[in-house]
Ligand binder design. Structure first.
Ligand SMILES: *Cc1c(COP(=O)(O)O)cnc(C)c1O
Length: 444
């Protein structure tokens, strides 16, 4: 293997670290960027260069890196209690976090996992086990949306409709059914986003009418299917899906792992549809981007179905670090920041500033379907080469900007703490990187 310089962190990383979502051979040409420290929206490379983290380090970092309020809470918690098993024991951070999440969502029972895929697995297992406890073990299949993404463990892959991530593991996976996505970009001439939502809901209804007896749950990413290149849909779909799930006795699981915690403009995305799901999966922003933690929230009705003298009717899922006190404390500090910073309102003003700064990009002749919801921006780039995403990423890095398009969709999901300098870096860097990438394509 060729590496730029054998004594650098990047070269040592390539020798011993297997990086995620990466064909490692690609790093022969482009070594990974070594980051030494981070502050606010900025990452600082070991080489002294700085990068604007315009995708919140894979959508986890809400209030910038190293936020003093989260750091102080973690330092305090580390002095008190680092960890204790949650079976047979409890502690203040997990109790307070569960109370707060219950108050925010109306789903008052929280089960904790380590990451997003684990939350998906927990929700699916809990749903199927609920039906079994109700004397309906036949309800054990799942249905999700085309292009859905819910994580990449073997169980989560069942409801992740992404050929690239699933193909090699297909024999291991008990595939769920998929129904059409309400992606507003699928509008026929004359159709509105709401019409697309109604059409997709009609397809869901037809599917449920036939398969509800063997179906435990529908799982959806509310309002934005982020991994599916930021596919956005009208909240009407969630209202109709909720009504159909109730009518056909199928649980509604909303996966808020990417879109929760203010990302779409409301605290949780499904709240814009005014619905109450049966399960909510949370992770990513939950700890403000500091520690790995996920939670599945559910209703009194689901909880009651497991409450019994018989051990086997209980929910027996467990993992070693369930409800880790440090992670729960970081989550509490993150929730406190929403109040302290009046984050949802502050974000509305920030988003308007970013919109204005990005107007030249939005108006670029090669941009299609420019769209924004809350603090998520996306622009589809027409007529690009298949390796657009990789080359754009490099052009952006060269301009001190971390952006990673998905296919030909350029998107930004920045932390909620950009000052004017950072907004300018994002808007002008994104446009300059686009022009450079398109010029490179034209020259090739
Ligand atoms: C990232 C993501 C997951 C998986 O979370 P991990 O922590 O990466 O396992 C699940 N669902 C959605 C919507 C996601 O964006």
């Amino acid at each position: 293997m060729r590496a730029a310089a054998t004594d650098t962190l990047a070269a040592r990383s390539l020798a011993h670290v297997w990086h995620p979502c990466t064909q490692m051979k690609r790093h022969e040409a482009q070594p990974p960027v070594a980051i030494a420290r981070a502050q606010g929206p900025w990452l600082y490379g070991s080489d002294g260069r700085r990068y604007l983290d315009a995708i919140s380090s894979w959508w986890v970092n809400l209030f910038g890196h190293g936020h003093p309020h989260i750091k102080a809470a973690l330092a305090d918690q580390l002095e008190r209690l680092d960890h204790v098993l949650l079976a047979g024991f409890t502690h203040a951070p997990v109790v307070e976090l569960s109370e707060r999440l219950g108050a925010l969502t109306g789903l008052g029972h929280a089960f904790y996992g380590s990451d997003g895929a684990a939350a998906t697995e927990i929700a699916l297992k809990m749903s199927a086990h609920y039906w079994r406890n109700q004397g309906r073990p036949g309800k054990s299949r799942f249905v999700g949306l085309a292009g859905g993404y819910h994580g990449e463990t073997v169980g989560a892959l069942a409801v992740t409709d992404m050929a690239l991530f699933r193909e090699a593991y297909a024999p291991l996976v008990r595939l769920a059914a998929t129904v059409p996505s309400p992606d507003a970009r699928g509008a026929e001439p004359g159709e509105s986003a709401r019409d697309v939502a109604r059409r997709a809901a009609a397809a869901l209804e037809a599917w449920l009418a036939e398969h509800h007896a063997e179906t435990a749950a529908l799982i959806v990413e509310p309002l934005v299917q982020c991994a599916c290149a930021m596919a956005m849909h009208d909240p009407e779909y969630l209202r109709l899906a909720r009504a159909l799930c109730t009518r056909y006795e199928v649980h509604l699981v909303v996966d808020e792992i990417a879109v929760g915690f203010g990302r779409t403009g409301s605290m949780f995305a499904h709240q814009q549809a005014g619905i109450r799901p049966d399960f909510i999966c949370l992770s990513k922003g939950l700890t403000g981007g500091t520690l790995a933690l996920s939670a599945v929230l559910t209703s009194d009705a689901v909880y009651a179905a497991f409450y019994d003298d018989e051990v086997a009717r209980g929910f027996l899922h467990s993992h070693s670090y369930t409800g880790n006190p440090l992670a729960c404390r970081a989550a509490l500090a993150t929730l406190e920041l929403f109040d302290q910073l009046d984050a949802l309102n502050t974000n509305r003003a920030l988003a308007a500033r970013i919109d204005a700064a990005c107007a030249p990009l939005t108006g670029h002749p090669r941009v299609r379907h420019a769209r924004r919801l809350g603090m998520i921006w996306a622009w589809d780039i027409a007529d690009t080469r298949p390796d657009f995403a990789r080359r754009y990423h490099q052009q952006a890095l060269a301009r001190g900007l971390l952006l990673r398009p998905i296919g030909n969709t350029l998107y930004a999901m920045p932390p909620y703490v950009l000052d004017d300098e950072a907004v300018h870096c994002l808007a002008s860097g994104a446009l300059a990187a686009l022009e450079a990438t398109l010029q490179e394509e034209a020259a090739a």
